[in-house]
Write a new protein. Structure first.
Length: 224
């Protein structure tokens, strides 16, 4: 199938299998369809501060780890946070909920109180992408796998830097509702985990533009 001569079907479905040394390493099922006129409704965007009013998460964490008066953090906690800040990531992020930046939530020991399995965060790629929609769709698939598993652990007595846990994604689905949206602008990510049972967690994500358009959703199944 060539981009210069795409098929004329309204709906298409195909299966891809990536092999490594003769073994399936990554299976994928993809569905596409041609945008058409239709009824439209969507969930309202959550009420959050304007992204311009919020600090970058890395900047705020740098302030916390360098503040000797923050008693909640042990020395090894500060080391973990500094290592995380120093790691390169193509994603910029800002916590849309100020409570998420409290020091007790960034240590190896469990927080003082459990939290709901829910978070809101602004995300943006570090660099601009081309105007090709496929580049933004690929970037969205990458963004949708960033920082979501932590949400399902919030109601449980687990510290953020608990190295005894190795959460792992089992399956991952992404639904693009508006294929014209760019993901190199700020987007708001709403993450919610409705259940963990039998070591399996479900995490649901919704992605909004700053103007309030729900342009994508994602669901992840994870082994905890």
């Amino acid at each position: 199938m060539s981009p210069s001569s795409p098929p004329s079907y309204s709906f298409m479905c195909w299966r891809e299998v990536c092999m490594r040394c003769g073994v399936c390493a990554y299976p994928q099922v993809a569905h596409t369809h041609t945008p058409t006129e239709s009824f439209v409704h969507q969930e309202a965007v959550p009420r959050v501060p304007d992204v311009k009013e919020l600090p970058f998460t890395t900047e705020k964490l740098s302030e916390i780890v360098n503040d000797a008066s923050v008693a909640e953090l042990e020395q090894h906690d500060r080391q973990f946070i500094r290592q995380s800040i120093g790691m390169y990531t193509p994603i910029q992020h800002k916590c849309a909920s100020v409570e998420d930046l409290q020091p007790q939530y960034w240590r190896s020991q469990p927080p003082n109180e459990p939290r709901p399995p829910y978070k809101l965060v602004y995300l943006r790629l570090h660099r601009r992408l081309s105007d090709t929609p496929g580049d933004h769709h690929a970037a969205l698939a990458y963004l949708s796998d960033w920082g979501v598993l932590e949400t399902c652990l919030r109601p449980h007595p687990v510290g953020y830097y608990n190295t005894s846990l190795l959460p792992s994604s089992i399956s991952h689905s992404v639904y693009i509702h508006d294929p014209t949206v760019r993901v190199d602008d700020w987007i708001l990510c709403q993450v919610y985990s409705p259940i963990i049972r039998n070591k399996i967690a479900i995490i649901q994500c919704k992605y909004f533009t700053v103007s309030g358009v729900l342009f994508a959703s994602a669901t992840q199944e994870a082994l905890i």
